[in-house]
Design a protein around this ligand. Sequence first.
Ligand SMILES: NC(=O)N[C@H]1NC(=O)NC1=O
Length: 176
Amino acid sequence: MQAMDIEKVNSMDFGEFVDVFGNVIERCPLIAAAVWSQRPFSNLEDLEKHFFAFIDALPQSGQEGILRCHPDLAGRELQRGTLTAESQREQRSAGLTSLGADERLRLAELNAQYRARFGFPFVLAARLSDPAAVRRELARRLHRPPAQELRTALGEVKKIGHLRLADLLGAHSARR
Ligand SMILES: NC(=O)N[C@H]1NC(=O)NC1=O
């Protein structure tokens, strides 16, 4: 899709808005549906603020639910080709689509350990990473206290959402 300006966003009806922004937060179109009610938006930052405020206002069960909507990095969905277009692109840009079998297995083991410990999948903004960094971060975050890890993981969801929004609105931002 072509980049658009904020006036265009503000003129969208509900259906169009959810079509365009429904996957800013992976597989959580409900968030875009709720954000639509907050229009008009003054700019990209303002729009983004509403997505993030919705996440922050959720109870812990809802925040964990958001994390659970994310596919594993280099996991079964990638193998099967059932990732969302956005996730596919992000995982490819991180080099996760061209891993050797050993590396894939190692990541699958770490992902399984992480999920067993925290009850949600390991989430990281893949576009800002590469296979070695993914493995390193997974191994490091695996040992953190659950409350701290939940905050970190939601921070990664926001980084992913920021990059997806910036793509849609054609903003050139390298903010992490
Ligand atoms: N598990 C996980 O982090 N998944 C995601 N990360 C990312 O950049 N795109 C995703 O789908």
